[in-house]
Design a binder for this molecule. Structure first.
Ligand code: GUN
Length: 297
């Protein structure tokens, strides 16, 4: 391996510590406690683990954590009523509805029912529009975490060639928008992209977010490039067990890249750290207080 390992786990711990320090100060100086409400429908085990971990880290950062675990059969009106209640609750500064939602619910309608100021996912159309026009917005947690890692590694990103593989609303599109905001030359590649290896070979920065195990190969990577792997895929091992891999062939690509994130321990921990940072940011904004430095885009 020649690439430097980008330790997202350690970096996320520093972000969470920064958030906790600022939260303590808010409490002391303004008697304010940021509050995060997470809503999960259904009993998908992976989502339950993820939501529980979000709750634990929220509390550890000194913030209030509220969780609404609802049956998968919850109706749209009931969910919209809950969101309206959370929108009106002054103790709640951030609202996250875990996606994907059960098929009978209208995801866009639900997301756009969240008050934009409390939309710590940054998925509301107001936040998408603000971000797309270079205005202050809430920034989606996973792309924000990737951006923090890239800035930490590379400093000024302007003029760099960035290729984002994947065009989801959660990662690919906001990631491309953030990199454009950093003055990168951005290409968004996807399943219909022709000659994907050639496109990726141009990149100083590769962000892989497609959900295809180990798809990005070593000979796609420009020597010295920075590779950010957003993928989390569980694959079978020859021994009959399973293991987590990213969208990047880590062993191969780490022999060519300049720096690379591992899976697990790369982008994943940054997502939760950024959720806490966004909740703090939302609390500061709604109360007209200065935002902590370095915790948003
Ligand atoms: N499901 C997978 N990633 C996310 C995320 O960042 N936010 C929400 N709300 N749901 C998700």
């Amino acid at each position: 391996m020649t690439a430097d390992l980008i330790d997202g786990k350690a970096f996320a711990a520093t972000i969470r510590a920064q958030v906790a320090t600022h939260v303590a100060r808010l409490k002391e100086e303004h008697d304010l406690t940021p509050g995060l409400a997470v809503v999960l429908l259904g009993d998908d085990p992976a989502s339950q683990v993820y939501v529980r971990s979000k709750g634990k880290m929220t509390t550890e950062a000194g913030m209030t954590s509220v969780q609404h675990l609802l049956p998968a059969t919850t109706g749209q009106d009931e969910l919209l009523e809950l969101i309206a209640t959370l929108n009106a609750d002054p103790a709640i500064h951030g609202i996250l509805v875990q996606l994907p939602l059960p098929a009978h619910l209208d995801e866009a309608l639900v997301i756009n029912a969240i008050a934009p100021d409390k939309d710590v996912d940054g998925f509301h159309i107001s936040n998408v529009g603000l971000r797309g026009t270079g205005q202050r917005s809430m920034v989606p947690c996973t792309p924000l975490g990737c951006l923090m890692l890239l800035r930490d590694r590379l400093g000024d990103l302007s003029g760099l060639e960035a290729v984002v593989i994947g065009r989801s609303n959660i990662v690919g599109k906001p990631m491309a928008s953030l990199l454009l905001g950093e003055s990168c030359t951005v290409t968004t590649a996807h399943s219909r992209t022709r000659n994907l290896p050639d496109v990726v070979r141009r990149a100083d920065i590769v962000v892989a977010a497609v959900g295809r195990p180990e798809m990005v190969q070593a000979d796609w990577i420009k020597p010295g490039a920075t590779v950010i792997d957003v993928g989390v895929n569980r694959i079978a091992t020859p021994e009959g067990g399973t293991r987590l891999v990213g969208d990047v062939d880590f062993a191969g690509c780490s022999a060519v890249a300049g720096a690379i994130t591992p899976v697990p321990g790369g982008v994943g921990p940054m997502t939760i750290a950024c959720l806490l940072a966004n909740t703090l940011t939302a609390c500061c904004r709604v109360n007209g207080l200065p935002e902590p430095d370095g915790l948003t885009a």
